[in-house]
Design a protein around this ligand. Sequence first.
Ligand code: ADP
Length: 489
Amino acid sequence: MVKVDVKYTKLFINNEWVDAVSKKTFTTINPQDESVIARVAEGDDPDIDKAVEAAKKAFHRCSPWRTMDASQRGLLMLKLADLMESQARYLAELETLDCGKPVKEAESEVYYSITVLRFYAGKADKILGNTIPADGEVLSITLREPVGVCAHIIPWNYPIPMMVLKVAPALAAGCTMVVKPAEQTPLTALALAALVKEAGFPPGVVNVVPGFGATAGKSLTYQPYVDKISFTGSTRVGRIIMAAAAAVNIKRVSLELGGKSPLVVFDDADVEKAAQIAHAAAFANAGQSCCAGSRTYVQAGVYDRFVREAGEIARTRAVGNPFDDVQQGPQIDKTMFDKVLEYIKLGKTCGARCVAGGERLGTKGFYIKPTVFADVQDHMRIAREEIFGPIQCIFKFDTFEEVIDRANDSHYGLGAGVITNDITRALSFAKQVRSGSIWVNTYDHVTSQTPIGGFKNSGIGRELGEEGIKQYLESKTVTISLPKFPQFS
Ligand code: ADP
């Protein structure tokens, strides 16, 4: 077993490490063997109040953060990125320990997060307003100002990237913030907090308060001095957060929620290649991905070959100890493990054909065999509900028109993919499918420059790219009266 040093387990408020006011702690569990990794301070209402107070003070117009040049903010962010790079392996191992993803994937997620930080560091001093040809003897301009104190509520599936996706644009915009990591994965958020301090950010700019959703998370959503909530997680909780955001004040919200994304393979595709793309789309991060391409629609002419191929790839997927050279580790926890196994049972009983997997792997830890269901029908629950586990559902279709309607027949609209060599068909698909991201002959290609987010129940707002920073800015219009000049007669 790889030994990873857990250095930080307290709350990070105002650049200091403190116990919870209640002195309570909670355990974080290793999903490989269900052992306790560490006890972490458990934040609740009074801790959230302290953290928000620190963030509010750091946002005061005369604070070091607010009076700092924007270019200097960018430099601090670059410093943070460098520190992350110097500790990339450690951060990756800590992530693997806490959430069970293969360490090489965790490491590439750290490097990916660094690109996001650097992208937004470059934007810090390039936040521009407009000059407006307003009617009358005036000059009008818009200023783009930080939205204020932000609450970032983070999920457990990609803890480091999800935190950086929110923290980086918020810092570039000049906001201050309180981060609440998921209760399943608090450790890397605290390790990043230590780097925030080391980089030299003033106290209170970034605070990290681990705790549970129903206590610390909820408290943030009702806190009157929080101006903005950005949340990634389930649609169920997104709905609760959106309602809470309107209860005490009018908080801005951006929500990146669930998905049940379609990936459509047309007859003209290279079947082997398509099966590989579809496999990665469905099984990335053990299927624990909002964007997972979990509904694979395959045109009738290549359907049987595709199903054989998909089953074969799934059966040979390397699942095991995430510190080894594997493609898939355990599911995050017992709740999710049980939920996924329940869906597998459901798939079998509702008449879908299980062509790979279909059970847990081994007897210890939350490992599940990559599972492929063929002949799935649109009305089945496995076809309609987000499973968040290593299950691929394969459907047969005949025509373009039919598959567009079926792809769109979902309450979700996060991602969608199409595999074809016909560019007209691909572009027509991209126009007609109602999802925030469309990938053509690839899947899940998300970079610091490309916005992601959802249509319908998949959320509100976009993260990453130009769109990502807009979520952290308010627009202020300034109109200046000018002297009236005499007209020529
Ligand atoms: P999942 O269902 O995948 O575990 P959740 O949507 O429940 O994801 O959780 C994502 C994040 O939202 C976690 O940090 C969790 O603690 C937090 N959370 C859960 N419930 C609430 C709530 N009522 N208010 C605020 N945050 C919450």
